[in-house]
Design a protein around this ligand. Structure first.
Ligand code: GLP
Length: 262
């Protein structure tokens, strides 16, 4: 597992956007063999989306042959609800780049048949040959996508009931009213994330410090779903200084030394 520690969230976003652009270019995607990108919502990746839009506007990158799969969606919110992840992705990213609508995949939170929706999503990912690069954030309880603590490490796309701490954290988008936050979501599984060829998890801010300590310094543990990244062949965790506040000094020094020598 590679751990990159940057001074602040802006530097994290710049690095991640640059890495995504580099990976897309390196793959030389075509209509027949597109680059498959897994994407998150939340406040953490906002800077990455801004940076990618800039790279697109400056003609440094094209999304013509990029296919995206979003990690999750709330149950019961329509795509035009401002709190839906459909709305979020279009407002913050897709509306400003040259991605084709047919290449955008987001779970349908209004489906009547959750099992079919989830199975179709897994099959669609498989049909593209899997996810090349999966970007994710992390919840303060260590969740990735909406895989809450104690989710199975082999889980696939499915319906999940959200943990009270996640509902509380996400209520800031719902007028700080926990009763307005949907209690369930559709989410790709931990197994789905682990199948991606590369995974990058971003964490910024002090409220992620405990989740990052547990992810990096504790043994793999389903109480902290992100800790499974220790088992990924190409897993990267990128944090700002605030998010590594609870790591021990030798751990911080170890990873900084390695990055300084790359
Ligand atoms: C939600 C999303 C996660 C995201 C997490 C953290 O629960 N389902 O994918 O990582 O929030 O969000 P933020 O980046 O806003 O802290």
């Amino acid at each position: 597992m590679r751990v990159i520690i940057k001074d602040n969230s802006v530097d994290c976003s710049t690095w991640v956007a640059g890495y995504i652009a580099y990976s897309i270019k390196k793959a030389k995607p075509t209509a027949k063999k597109p680059f498959v990108l897994g994407l998150p919502t939340g406040s953490t990746p906002l800077g990455v989306y801004k940076e990618l839009i800039k790279l697109y506007q400056n003609k440094k990158i094209s999304f013509e042959h990029v296919v995206t799969f979003n990690m999750d969606e709330y149950i019961g919110l329509s795509p035009d609800d401002k709190n839906s992840y459909h709305y979020f992705m279009h407002e913050n990213f897709f509306n400003y780049i040259n991605i084709s609508p047919k290449n955008i995949h987001i779970l349908n939170g209004l489906t009547k048949d959750y099992a079919k929706e989830c199975e179709d999503y897994e099959n669609a990912i498989k049909a593209y040959g899997g996810i090349d690069l999966m970007l994710g954030g992390i919840g303060s309880d260590g969740h990735i996508a909406f895989n809450e603590p104690f989710s199975s490490f082999t889980s696939r796309t499915r319906i999940k009931t959200l943990a009270p701490s996640t509902i509380k954290d996400n209520s800031r988008f719902f007028d700080n009213d926990i009763t307005k936050v949907p209690s369930q979501a559709l989410t790709i599984g931990i197994g789905t994330i682990m199948d991606a060829k590369e995974v990058i998890i971003m964490a910024t801010g002090e409220n992620k410090a405990e989740a990052i300590r547990s992810t990096i310094e504790e043994p793999i543990n389903h109480k902290c779903p992100a800790s499974i990244l220790q088992m990924h062949r190409y897993g990267i965790i990128i944090c700002d200084e605030e998010a590594v506040k609870k790591l021990s000094s030798p751990t911080i020094q170890y990873f900084k030394d390695i990055e300084n020598r790359i």
